[in-house]
Write a protein that binds this ligand. Structure first.
Ligand SMILES: NC(=O)c1ccc[n+]([C@@H]2O[C@H](COP(=O)([O-])OP(=O)(O)OC[C@H]3O[C@@H](n4cnc5c(N)ncnc54)[C@H](O)[C@@H]3O)[C@@H](O)[C@H]2O)c1
Length: 360
């Protein structure tokens, strides 16, 4: 392609703001339109980011020939439908995590994109987070010896929008929302070695008046090559977002803390305007982030996806990865529901992961 990659954003709130900020830094890309069903939001968003077109309906944005790639930043329950329509319109697609609601949707998305000969890219930013990229490099160069145990955790005090709390729209709680990050992170670190079993413990410990989903979860994975991985996920942790990982190897250990470990440790008697995602009260001590989007790897992620479209390269994270993560998520809810370790491959025709947990 000998022009800039034309991009259409679908969604105009939390993650789409990050997408816009990230794409602004990619010289080979330009955002040509934004679409979201709430007209005022799309219009304000277009004004803020100097985007020439805004729409309230999907067909209009997909009809724009100059758009090569769409980025789906809409709730989980519409990822599949938007992907199928975008593929039919011949657009390359970046889909936010979690991939979609169930395995049958995942299959439909993958085959629609294959048939339409468009790229399906799964937006797992942890594979681009600079500190985690360096962590993986330590493992890959052998500095830590043979990997034995991988750990990753994401924790905050709960999502900002209603659709996350409504399991009919989200598919599940914190395991679906943030466990998906850990699962792809482990697969990437461990060279996509197959996962052989999943054990999970889940609870709705604090937000039971708000959601039927899990607000705390521990997920243990076993890989074919003997590596064990543990994910800790929480929607009940106060004091701002936490994102940490550990690699324990036969000849070394490495700890990486993306947010608090990179922050300015701040004391303020008045509070800080913005410290970090979901910081809550910042009076007293807080962890003030700088370049948060860069530290999370979003510009790097979009530079990669744009390069894949412009130069016809294979993405680092694909629709197949999104589906593999979803399979582990279903197995985790099955495990939490039955109290047993679940072997992979795991097949299910459940339409939403949380149902496997709640069926008992
Ligand atoms: N990668 C990450 O770290 C990360 C972070 C936050 C959210 N996400 C994911 O991004 C997606 C959106 O989350 P969010 O936090 O931006 O939510 P949000 O509520 O802040 O924004 C959702 C946007 O989607 C739009 N929308 C709703 N229904 C739509 C439809 N049918 N078609 C098109 N647009 C529609 C809304 O108008 C809104 O603009 C979710 O799948 C979420 O899991 C990823």
């Amino acid at each position: 392609m000998d022009k800039k990659v034309g991009i259409g954003l679908i969604g105009s709130q939390f993650i789409s703001t990050i997408h816009a900020e990230a794409i602004k830094t990619v010289s080979e890309a330009e955002i040509l339109a934004v679409m979201s069903p709430t007209g005022t939001h799309a219009k304000e968003f277009a004004k803020k980011y100097n985007i020439p077109n805004h729409f309230t309906d999907l067909d209009s944005i997909l009809a724009m020939e100059e758009i090569d790639m769409v980025v789906i930043g809409a709730p989980n329950n519409v990822h599949c439908d938007i992907t199928l329509k975008a593929a039919k319109a011949g657009k390359h697609i970046v889909v936010e995590k979690p991939f979609c609601m169930n395995l049958s949707e995942a299959d439909k998305m993958i085959s629609a994109c294959k048939e339409a000969n468009v790229k399906l890219m799964y937006a797992e930013e942890l594979c681009f987070t600079p500190k985690y990229v360096r962590l993986k490099a330590l493992l890959d160069e052998g500095a830590l010896g043979k990997p034995v145990l991988l750990k990753q955790s994401e924790k905050h005090d709960g999502p900002h929008a209603d659709h996350f709390w409504d399991v009919e729209r989200s598919g599940g709680g914190v395991t679906m929302d943030m466990g998906c990050h850990a699962i792809e992170f482990f697969r990437w670190l461990n060279g996509k070695n197959p996962i052989t079993s999943v054990y999970a413990q889940m609870s709705t410990s604090v937000h039971y008046n708000k959601t039927m989903g899990d607000d705390n979860a521990i997920i243990i994975l076993e890989f074919e090559n003997g590596v064990t991985a543990i994910a800790e996920e929480s929607w009940t942790k106060l004091g701002g977002m936490d994102d940490r990982a550990e690699i324990h190897g036969s000849e070394g250990v490495a700890y990486a803390d993306v947010l608090q470990g990179n922050s300015i440790q701040t004391y303020s008697s008045k509070g800080v305007g913005y410290a970090v995602e979901k910081a809550g009260n910042t009076v007293g001590w807080s962890f003030t982030m700088y370049e948060e989007i860069w530290n999370y790897g979003f510009p790097q992620e979009f530079a990669h996806f744009v390069d894949c479209v412009k130069n016809d390269k294979t993405p680092l994270v694909t629709g197949e990865d999104g589906k593999a993560v979803l399979e582990v998520i279903f197995a985790a809810y099955e495990s939490a529901g039955t109290g047993r370790k679940v072997a992979l491959p795991f097949k299910t025709d459940a339409d939403k992961p949380y149902k496997l947990w709640k069926k008992n």
